[in-house]
Design a protein around this ligand. Structure first.
Ligand code: PLP
Length: 355
């Protein structure tokens, strides 16, 4: 049976990405060697990382003066690398979910952290508004998409200090004004590649302004200087990332991805809003187009387990909500075909009719 993969991450990747990566695991670039057993300094792999960096720059229209890095350690390591490299005295953070909480915890090890607003009191079901970012902050950090709670900031905030964003779960789903940012980072395992690589876009002139010593591997300048090849990079995820980037380009680039993502999210939210049984958990104006969170209305709560079972029988996997929200979460990243979203909607409607 065809599976419809709604996992939040690691999550669905395009067939193009998976097929080409599988081929390269057997025979990479005609070398007769596996991608997993060839030097990262070989001319074949050097070409891969260089093309991937160039494609990120092209697709996101990254201006001059920025470097694209492919680092290990997950997005979680960036919670520490960002303040290590950029926080001199004070940084401002927006608290919109678990990942923001984790980022704030790390930043506090390096200096003063001003949490300008939080939606914690409402279980992170909305994005705070009307907050003020102090002009003397070294940067303002936000999480553009809150994977667990299904809220999203689909804009580049207007503040007087440089931006830093964790875009792990929505990068490549909208055009970004990169010039407003000192750092953009994203774990690859949603819209790009298998787990193991984190993409970091860093403004070179923002580096070298903190007073502390930085361990070599945690210093962005190390990786900028060496073109992201200071040490052995995660070769296989980088190769897969290149395939995804090529696929995005072939489909028409980031604007086209956004058009498709908006369309998929709209039909699913419409189905939820017109249902007598299901209800969305995120504030309407802040709804994520990547992670759609919903639960059963109070009078149907007992049926949540039965719905998961029914959906599983239809080949739908990964829709169980995160324990912090409960209910269901349909992650509909870039690689998710519209037909799978339609299948989920049809399944919800059938279940509703039968109960
Ligand atoms: N930030 C966001 C928005 C996430 O969704 C995740 C993981 O799901 C992380 C950070 C943590 O990423 P990693 O597991 O790569 O450290």
């Amino acid at each position: 049976m065809k599976k419809h993969n709604f996992y939040a991450g690691p999550s669905i990747l395009s067939e193009y990405t998976i097929k080409n990566t599988a081929d390269a695991v057997i025979n990479f670039a005609g070398t007769g060697l596996s991608l997993m057993e060839i030097s990262h300094r070989s001319k074949e792999f050097t070409a891969v990382i260089e093309e991937a960096q160039a494609l990120v720059k092209e697709l996101l229209e990254v201006p001059d003066g920025y470097s694209v890095l492919f680092l290990g350690g997950g997005a979680s390591l960036q919670f520490c690398m960002v303040p290590y490299n950029l926080l001199n005295k004070k940084a401002a953070y927006l608290e919109t979910g678990t990942w923001a909480v984790n980022a704030i915890k790390e930043a506090r090890l390096f200096g003063e952290v001003d949490v300008v607003a939080s939606s914690k009191e409402a279980n992170f079901s909305y994005i705070p508004k009307g907050y003020t970012v102090p002009d003397d902050a070294d940067y303002f950090h936000f999480t553009s998409n809150n994977t667990i709670y299904g809220t999203e900031m689909r804009f580049d905030p207007d503040v007087k200090v440089p931006l830093v964003a964790d875009m792990s779960s929505d990068i490549f789903s909208r055009p970004i004004d990169v010039s407003k940012y000192d750092v953009i980072y994203a774990g690859a395992q949603k819209n790009l590649a298998p787990a193991g690589v984190t993409i970091v876009i860093v403004k070179e002139s923002a580096l070298g302004h903190v007073d502390r010593a930085i361990p070599t591997m945690l210093d962005y300048r190390t990786h900028v200087k060496k073109g992201s090849m200071f040490n052995t990079p995660p070769c296989l995820p980088i190769y897969a990332a290149l395939q995804t980037l090529k696929y995005y380009k072939e489909l028409g680039g980031i604007k086209e991805m956004e058009r498709r993502d908006l369309e998929k999210a709209a039909i699913l939210y419409d189905a939820i809003d017109s249902s007598k049984m299901f209800v969305g958990t995120a504030a309407h104006e802040d709804r994520s187009i990547m992670n759609v969170c919903f639960v059963m209305k109070e009078e149907y709560k007992d049926l949540e387990g039965a719905f998961i079972e029914y959906a599983t029988s239809k080949g739908i996997v990964g829709i169980k909500g995160h324990r912090s929200v409960g209910g269901f979460r349909a992650s509909i990243y870039n690689a998710m075909p519209k037909s799978s979203v339609e299948m989920l909607i049809e399944t919800m409607k059938e279940f509703e009719k039968n109960h």
